[in-house]
Write a protein that binds this ligand. Structure first.
Ligand SMILES: [Zn+2]
Length: 116
């Protein structure tokens, strides 16, 4: 298992996801490791047409942010698994995850038979 290789990929992915989350969101001050969509400056404007756009925008951002957050969590979990020496092992059956599957998705935690 070339864990160094996958570790580099995962660290690059983590940095990329962090910067993408910062573009559209901010860390939730009350909940560590949780992200919320950042209010845009347009939200203070009172034009009702603009307001409608802002709501749609904010909903889109929340959906994109939730997706980024899920990928970010999976990436952190994979990095933890590398530290623990359990990286590349299927969570369900304990067999090795196919190299091609890890290549396509370095944060995979199951073999292709047990993927959800
Ligand atoms: Zn399996």
């Amino acid at each position: 298992m070339k864990t160094e290789y996958f570790k580099k990929k995962l660290e690059a992915e983590k940095a990329k996801l962090e910067s993408e989350m910062q573009n559209i969101g901010r860390r939730n001050p009350g909940v560590p490791d949780d992200w919320e969509p950042a209010p845009s400056s347009a939200e203070v404007e009172s034009d009702p047409v603009d307001q409608a756009d802002v709501v749609v925008n904010r909903e889109n951002n929340a959906a994109v942010l939730a997706d980024l957050e899920a990928r970010y969590d999976a990436t952190l979990t994979a990095l933890e698994r590398i530290e623990k020496g359990t990286y590349g092992v299927c969570e369900v059956c304990g067999s090795k995850i196919e190299a091609a599957r890890l290549e396509a998705n370095p944060s995979a935690t199951t073999c292709s038979e047990h993927m959800r």
